[in-house]
Design a protein around this ligand. Structure first.
Ligand code: TPP
Ligand code: MG
Length: 333
């Protein structure tokens, strides 16, 4: 059954989420370029629609696991901007008191249970979260967000198999941005569609336009309904694009220029804005106001976060687990 379109308010909220992600990304790239901020940064620019689409479906207490390229996912899941940016910039006011940094953001208050730099490792963890929800009967689902390259890792296949076997309430959301690091999709797997891999595990697999938040929302909604009904996992492949390459500083010399031009023409934030204006859901003036409001919010938050302290030496040794156990208990000779 086709999932109906959301109401106008929800469409405007999806649009704002996308604008906020893009504003945040613009500000972070500008700050890194200016030397105000130093960090490894994996831009999600171009993938806003995928995050905003699933964000409009998941409940606040549903679980999310994401990756180093997860800023859009984190914002869409409702992680507040201040602790999020503070963590990325290594400040004590951050989600992990500044000790995790951009690749290790967690915020259980919004269901964000993991951000990881280990490709594919979020999927088995999503299975564990879903298994807990299933056993406790909480009705929660877990969404694992990962890239196309991650679908070549053993952990992806193990997680798909286990989730299908145990009918776990998981949504495997592959953000197929056409590259894994510097390797194009066709050079890292022979499968035409990541979603085709679902058949190997007897679960539904669907490919959607990842630059259309309403298409993503509809596919994830069906997957979530299936998961909550006890019918197990779904693999959703969202076709999208990484507009700024793999990591900040990537010159993208390996990307055909015409391909990049096409991708910019299909850029999702402007595309959704035009669609809402044409549909009468937003006016141009209203959309400009959203742009200004998000840019101001990001600038103010970033300026504020830059004044905040980093964790002190005592804090650095608190809640840190090393090979000898909790660092607080380690005795040094
Ligand atoms: C287990 C593991 N292998 C290799 C790497 C190095 N690595 C970091 S990002 C990346 C590409 C992953 O591509 P994809 O899953 O498509 O995600 P994207 O970066 O495109 O969002 C690789 C291979 C890693 N971090 N972890
Ligand atoms: Mg990729």
């Amino acid at each position: 059954m086709a999932v109906p379109l959301p109401d106008d308010e929800t469409m405007r909220s999806i649009h704002r989420t996308m604008v906020l992600v893009a504003a945040c990304d613009d500000a972070l790239r500008a700050a890194i370029s200016a030397g105000t901020v130093t960090m490894a940064y994996y831009s999600p620019r171009g993938q806003e629609a995928t995050a905003a689409g699933f964000g409009a479906v998941l409940a606040g207490d549903d679980y999310l696991v994401t990756t180093y390229r997860g800023l859009h996912d984190q914002i869409a899941k409702g992680v507040p901007l201040r602790p999020l940016l503070a963590e990325m910039l290594g400040r004590e006011a951050g989600t992990g008191k500044g000790k995790g940094g951009p690749m290790h953001v967690v915020w259980p208050e919004a269901g964000l249970m993991l951000t990881t730099g280990v490709v594919g490792s979020g999927l088995p963890i999503a299975c564990g979260l879903a298994w807990a929800a299933q056993r406790r009967g909480t009705g929660r689902v877990a969404l694992a967000s990962f890239g196309d390259g991650a679908t070549n890792i053993g952990a992806f296949h193990e997680a798909c198999n286990l989730a299908a076997l145990w009918r776990l309430p998981v949504i495997f959301l592959c953000q197929n941005n056409r590259y894994g690091e510097h390797t194009a999709f066709a050079d890292h797997q022979r499968t035409a569609r990541v979603a085709d891999r679902a058949a190997a595990y007897a679960m539904p697999g669907v490919t959607v336009d990842g630059n259309d938040p309403l298409a993503v929302r509809a596919a994830v909604r069906e997957a979530v309904d299936r998961a909550r009904a006890g019918d197990g996992p779904t693999l959703v492949e969202a076709l999208t694009y990484r507009l700024y390459g793999h990591v900040f500083g990537d010159r993208m010399a390996y990307v055909p220029p015409e391909e990049l031009d096409d991708a910019w023409r299909d850029e999702p934030v402007g595309r959704f804005r035009r669609r809402l204006v044409e549909a009468g859901v937003l006016t141009d003036e209203g959309a400009d106001a959203v742009d200004r409001e998000c840019a101001r919010l990001v600038t103010e938050t970033l300026d504020d976060v830059l004044t905040l302290p980093e964790p002190g030496p005592d804090e650095l040794m608190t809640d840190v687990v090393g090979p000898d156990g909790p660092a607080g208990r380690v005795t040094r000779g």
